[in-house]
Design a protein around this ligand. Sequence first.
Ligand code: SAH
Length: 347
Amino acid sequence: MNLKNYLKRQIQQQGPISVAEFMQLALMHPEYGYYQKQQPFGKQGDFITAPEISQLFGEMVAVWVAAMWQQMGCPKDWQLVELGPGRGVLMQDILRATKHIEGFHACLSIVMVEQSSALQKVQKDRLIPIHNKIEWHETIDRLLPKPTLIVANEFFDALPIYQYVKANGAVHERVIGLENDALCFTLGAKGVNTQAVIEIAAHESDGKVIEASPASVHIVEQLAAHTTVHGGAALLIDYGYEMPACGDTLQAVKAHQYHPILEDVGEADITAHVNFTALAEAAKQGGSKEQKIMTQEEFLKQMGIELRARLLQSKATQEQKKVIEESLTRLVSPEEMGTLFKVLMII
Ligand code: SAH
């Protein structure tokens, strides 16, 4: 049995499934899910994320975390939460870069929110030797009532989205069914219960795909509610868009190439672009006072990435200098990750 056959059988028995259910199963099915069994990261894997490109990225996130911790009045007892930490490289870099800040580490508890048991193991191997108070949770439901800083890189793009499409003037859900024994996208039932989708659909023409991620909205509302009550802030980084934008952003990536979404289910990474306007709105609903959206380029430059790159280069070999320059360009250049990737600060 593989995931594709499992999905086919389920659809045969129970009818078409939502895009959200498809994503959830493709990524997190306990046995066949992509994140449960692969080592997706790095050159040999399917994609490379910013913390895996260069330590510069984690160091700039560390600058933000340290500044926010100071703004909170340097609390002794506080927690740092990372959502979807992959191989744990970002957290490792944050801990290294903040090592010399007095009081920062003493009573810090870390919470890693990770649903994949395979990746939890990788994170534990990397982080347990360097910090003694780390817990792993599968959801954000049990955060402790204390000042909390939250970071997430490429987490929200992995959360399930629903898709809707307008046909003959009516909005239908876009679902996954079977045709000649093959998985295919098809029109589902009419109707939609998300207000934001209804509003966008009113101005769109037939055939346009509209997306919504209630799971993401719910998590951001919860995070904002937590930091509003107990103190703290969140830094969410991902590729995505600000409204108004709509269209089909569901994508599969395998071995650094785009891949047909319904092929090799469970063997390719499946993501959707993040709707930053919707996340900022969710943070506001959760009680946060300030939501700032900027590009990754703006964020990294504000945190001082260029200066840091020069400093590293000043002590590097010719070969290393070149690698630092290339990583810097990759992270900030608008032709690469600089503009597509956005940052949402929730304060
Ligand atoms: N932040 C890392 C990894 C990004 S990949 C980096 O930048 O390299 C997405 C991560 O989110 C993986 O660790 C994956 O297992 C995790 N993840 C995906 N969906 C999740 C969910 N619903 N709950 C918790 N973790 C999830």
